[in-house]
Design a binder for this molecule. Structure first.
Ligand code: ADP
Ligand code: XUL
Length: 609
């Protein structure tokens, strides 16, 4: 790789569960080279990990060794140096970390970080810098008790979501902190000087000083009041184990415990392009960075993914991996216990909605397998027959199925199948089974309609004070009235759907992930979601690292201009649009109003555990 033509380089980090990745981009957002370290390849024995983590099946505890991340950082920079990487051209660094994980610094950390010497590895010099040697991982399931405590205390999951953007989840940092502070190691918790998230931990190491948690990432803790732009004191008291009712703490103990935890977490400053400082001399001396390389705040991996694309408000990114994750940008703060809202990492007053489904590709594979078996397709993994059937199913035929081979998160329901037809009186009739061929279109339709029902409130203009209302067209008014006549009021996850939420269309829809290679599937999905400005398929194998590099170069650009440049304007200017594949789709948005009504009603009849 030759860097001769590049003037300025930017590095984007991705510290994920199984690897550390770094992408180098130039001043034109050109992606130049990727470097990575697989943790299992190098550290299986040294740290006793498997797939990057140490798991305890009995307790559900899953952690990652912090020292391993330090080793990985030295290793990857060492490898880049061996390959002659021009560190002296790097101007800025940002990146992302797996969300929710936390790192616990000791009192010695500031001195140790400041005094790092180039002649020995980070992990050795920072041995005494942590109170806990492991970081709770996002896959951890050991905090069931804390979920109950958090939700009960604030009056339920929906109320917790109102405050923090999400209901309580095992992996969320506040719950993990409470587990350590109350159940597993109160004295080490008390000894802890500062707490970082995985993202701010990596930024801190690069800076040689502990830096703040970034505001968008802070929303993954169940501690931060998004509307107030500040910590919620009652939730902090829970995390610190000093809640009056739950922990029997006196007023003084609560106040002291809350203020102690606030100090440990540090202040959360509003989203900014401003740097957090210059790179530590350790990296200057050891690898040849210039002393004035700027370190910009690191964010969460999903948050970094949305900034790797020219995503504007009301655009949807549909990630069709093993599970389906829908990320969207919205101005509307409409929280729900069924999905997550985070602040947007580069657009003030915007949010990222994240809907995580459990039943995605695997549920579709089951239908594919049945179709292949029934029709005698030899290659059982072939999608050809499935696609042929999907392509020939043109519009909605008043039949819909729900396919949950695994328990589902959205909506919260146990593993089950449900198939319904709509009769002439618009009544739902349960059907035990139908030809498996029917399931092909039905599964793609119901998965997409679920997303449309949930994205609707977030992309509609009704929830936002300063956006222009959707022009009320007589067509959409009529569609809404017909729907209402058939089904009455519709509710999704306990919230009433409105005219705006049911009739708002997304702006653009982007498809990524394994199943986005299946054009028949994404065409069907696109035709139902009905974006006004097109459907696109994108290959972004290193999205979160790339998002980090773009964030670094955008921040550097804003700093050099000494003013805020809108992130989407910046990305649009430099983004290589050739990387987007436009998918031509027949628009069936209107035909699926009845489908929305059916799905909303069917979801209300689902079984729960
Ligand atoms: P991960 O969640 O591990 O990142 P990927 O993004 O690689 O996964 O997606 C894997 C899933 O993509 C598989 O479960 C598979 O069903 C689905 N997939 C891959 N290719 C196709 C295809 N041509 N048609 C439909 N599904 C596909
Ligand atoms: C998001 C989450 C995961 C991790 C993966 O809430 O827990 O997507 O961020 O690294």
């Amino acid at each position: 790789m030759s860097y001769e033509k590049s003037k300025d380089l930017f590095l984007g980090f991705d510290l994920s569960t199984q690897q550390l990745k770094i992408i180098a981009t130039d001043e034109n957002l050109e992606h130049l080279e990727t470097f990575h370290v697989e943790f299992d390849d190098l550290y299986k024995e040294k740290y006793g990990i498997k797939k990057g983590v140490i798991s305890n099946d009995d307790s559900g505890e899953i952690v990652s060794p912090v020292a391993m991340w330090l080793d990985a950082l030295d290793h990857i920079f060492g490898h880049m140096k061996e390959k002659g990487f021009p560190f002296d051209k790097v101007r800025g660094i940002s990146g992302s970390g797996q969300q929710h994980g936390s790192v616990y610094w000791s009192n010695n950390a500031p001195t140790l970080l400041q005094g790092l010497k180039a002649d020995s590895p980070l992990s050795e010099q920072l041995k005494g810098a942590f109170t806990f040697e492991n970081s709770p991982n996002w896959q951890d399931h050991s905090t069931g008790e804390e979920i109950k405590t958090f939700e009960e205390t604030v009056g339920g999951s929906d109320h917790l979501a109102e405050i923090t953007g999400s209901r309580a989840h095992y992996r969320f940092t506040g719950l993990q902190i409470r587990k350590l502070a109350v159940r597993t190691n109160p004295s080490k918790y008390r000894e802890t000087y500062r707490i970082s998230l995985v993202s701010s931990f990596m930024a801190s190491v690069l800076l040689g000083k502990i830096t703040n948690i970034e505001q968008a990432e802070a929303c993954g803790m169940n501690l931060y009041d998004i509307k107030k732009d500040d910590y919620d004191e009652e939730l902090l008291s829970l995390a610190a184990g000093v809640h009056s009712a739950k922990d029997g703490a006196t007023k003084e103990q609560t106040e002291a415990g809350v203020s102690e935890l606030k100090k440990k977490l540090g202040e959360i400053k509003p989203i900014t392009y401003e740097n957090a400082g210059d790179i530590s001399q350790y990296f200057v001396n050891k690898y040849g960075f210039n002393s004035d390389v700027k370190i910009y705040s690191f964010t969460g991996d999903n948050l970094a993914t949305i900034i790797s694309l020219p995503l504007a408000p009301n655009d949807i990114l549909t990630s069709l991996g093993t599970s389906t994750t829908v990320l969207l940008i919205t101005k509307n703060y409409i929280p729900s216990s069924q999905y997550h809202l985070f602040m947007h990492p580069t657009m003030p007053n915007h949010y990222m909605g994240m809907i995580c489904y459990c039943n995605g590709s695997l549920a579709r594979e089951k239908i594919r397998d049945s179709v292949n078996e029934k029709t005698g397709v030899k290659d059982s993994k072939s999608w050809d027959k499935f696609n042929e059937l999907l392509d020939s199913s043109d519009t909605f035929n008043n039949e819909l199925g729900i396919y949950f081979p695994l328990g589902e998160i959205v909506p919260n329901a146990s593993a089950q199948y449900k198939r319904c037809k709509l009769d002439d009186q618009n009544k739902l009739i349960n059907v035990d089974s139908w030809d498996v061929e029917e399931d092909v279109s039905s599964i793609v339709e119901s998965q997409t309609l679920s997303c449309r029902l949930r994205a609707g409130p977030m992309i509609s203009s009704s929830g936002s004070a300063d956006s222009t209302p959707t022009p009320e067209s007589s067509d959409s008014r009529k569609l809404y009235q017909d729907l209402h006549q058939k089904f009455g009021d519709l509710y999704t996850d306990g919230k009433k759907q409105t005219y705006e939420s049911l009739t708002s269309r997304p702006h653009k829809v982007f498809f990524v992930g394994g199943a986005s290679n299946n054009i028949s599937i994404i065409k069907k999905m696109g035709s139902i979601l009905g974006p006004t400005d097109g459907n696109y398929k994108v290959e972004i194998p290193n999205a979160c690292a790339l998002g980090g590099a773009y964030k670094a170069s955008w921040s550097y650009f804003c700093e050099s201009e000494t003013k805020w440049i809108n992130y989407d304007a910046y990305i649009n200017k430099y983004f290589n649009f050739k990387e987007l594949d436009t998918i031509k789709v027949k628009d069936h948005w209107e035909d699926y109003f009845t489908g929305m009504g059916m799905l909303a009603k069917m979801e209300q009849e689902l079984k729960h555990d």
